[in-house]
Each structure stands twice: as C-alpha cells, then as structure tokens.
Write a protein of this length. Structure first.
Length: 262
C-alpha cells in the first residue's frame, strides 16, 4: 500500500490535484483555506478584501507585535467592510468549491483550524470521507483522525463572529482523541505536545500541541503519528517509543505529499 499525506494546503489547488497521483489513498490533515497568505500578501481571503499593504502589516504584527496589537489592527480592518460575514462566507465557498474539486484519489480528510468543518459535507462528494474523532480501516491498518486545533489558555471563542477558526477546548479535543482505539496510524492537524515538534523557528514561538495525543501514542504505540500545523518546525520528526512522529510539511509551499508505505 502507498498512501500520500498532506496538510496545510492553504489554497494550493493546483498541487492538490496531483497530490494523490500514484497513491492508493490520499490523507488530508486540514487547513484547506488560504485565509491569510504570509508570503504573498495580496493572496488569500484577507489579501482579496484588504490588499497587500494591510495584510503585510497584519503579518508583521503577528511576528513582532503583541496579541492585543494584532487583534486591534485586525478589528480595524474588518470594521471597514459593510458586511464582513457575507464577504468572508462567499470567499470560503469559492475556495472550497475549487479545493474539494481538486481531490481525485480516494480521500480521507480531517479539518484544520483554518477550516469551517460545518461546510465540508456540502462539498465532500463520492470518494471523500470526512473523519473527526473517528477511525477508518484500509490496507489492513486502522487510521484514527482528530481535526482542529486547541484554544489558547484563558481564551473564550467569539460565538457571533463572521469567521471562527476551528479551535476546540482541551476537554472537547481530548474526548475526540479518547474515541480512537487500537490505531495504527494517528492522523491529526496539530502535533503531540513535544517541544521540538511544536516550536516554529520562523515565527519564533511554540504552537499548542496536545498532551492527549502524547498519551495515546505512548499507550497504543501506532506505527505513525502524522500531522501538520507547524509550518517551520524545529524538527520534522521524532520517535516516541516505536511510533514515528512526522510533520508532513507545509503543502502550500512544498507541493509534495508525505508518503507512507507498508
């Protein structure tokens, strides 16, 4: 069996069309949407709505500013739109139509934090199976999937915002992890809470990993734990016991899937 794994697609539909070539199945670990393009500031949803200069300043604040500065600047941008929810909603639907239309191989997918999982059933046609807190069996192995990312401590999500990332409380996330039993391949958007896997060397900060994923790996010892989310990790791989933990890469930039063979 040969399975290709991608994560952090962020709008790269052209590469996604080729991601399953030569594979028995394609696994997508989320972040299909290109919301903020940190390299090409005129791209993505924010680039289309606000232009490259404004997005460049937002990106600078994300790198160098405080959270309060970043939030204040973001709010000032959205306040310039008459109906930000409608603008964002239309852009998301357009991107999903293109991205789901690019999936050609039998696909198993779980959403990332830069996704709206409530919309996925509308776009996931034949040959695309969406899983979150669930197990799929193929090629003689059990693949367990958990989507989304963890809310930062002491942060309460806005329920009435025009865009809400797929961020989960630790309790909710742990319940989804706990639903996975006897997995051979652990497929998640975020990494286990291992410092060298969660630290981004370009952003110069640690993303939030999951302690529950570490516990699952230590208890069930799957062959692989595959994930994305951290675009420039301190290390792309490590081992926990017999489990190979692997960041499959920032697919938007690499355009290359990670390959599992057995």
């Amino acid at each position: 069996m040969r399975v290709h794994v991608v994560s952090d697609v962020h709008g790269n539909a052209d590469a996604l069309k080729r991601a399953g070539d030569g594979a028995d199945a394609l696994i997508v670990l989320g972040d299909l949407l290109d919301f903020v393009d940190y390299r090409e500031h005129d791209k993505g949803i924010m680039g289309a709505l606000f232009g490259a200069e404004k997005v460049g300043e937002f990106a600078r604040l994300r790198r160098e500013g405080t959270r309060d500065e970043t939030v204040a600047f973001s709010r000032s941008l959205w306040a310039t739109l008459a109906d930000p929810a409608a603008a964002v909603g239309e852009a998301i639907l357009d991107q999903y139509a293109t991205l789901f239309g690019a999936l050609t191989a039998p696909t198993y997918a779980t959403p990332g934090n830069v996704d709206d999982p409530s919309l996925w059933p509308e776009f996931a046609g034949d040959g695309i199976q969406v899983l979150d807190g669930e197990v799929a069996e193929f090629g003689g192995l059990r693949f367990g999937f958990v989507g989304g990312a963890l809310l930062p401590p002491n942060v309460v999500p806005r329920r009435n915002g025009f865009w809400r990332p797929y961020l989960r409380t630790r309790e909710e996330y742990d319940v989804a992890v706990g639903a996975l039993e006897n997995v051979d391949v652990l497929c998640t958007h975020i990494p286990p809470a291992v410092p060298e896997l969660t630290y981004d060397v370009v952003a110069r900060r640690s993303e939030i990993g999951s302690a529950a994923l570490v516990d699952l790996v230590r208890e069930q010892q799957p062959r692989w734990s595959v994930f994305g989310h951290v675009h420039q990790p301190l290390t792309a791989r490590t081992r926990l016991g017999r489990t190979e933990c692997r960041n499959v890469g920032h697919f938007k930039e690499t355009a290359q899937p990670y390959v599992l063979r057995w």
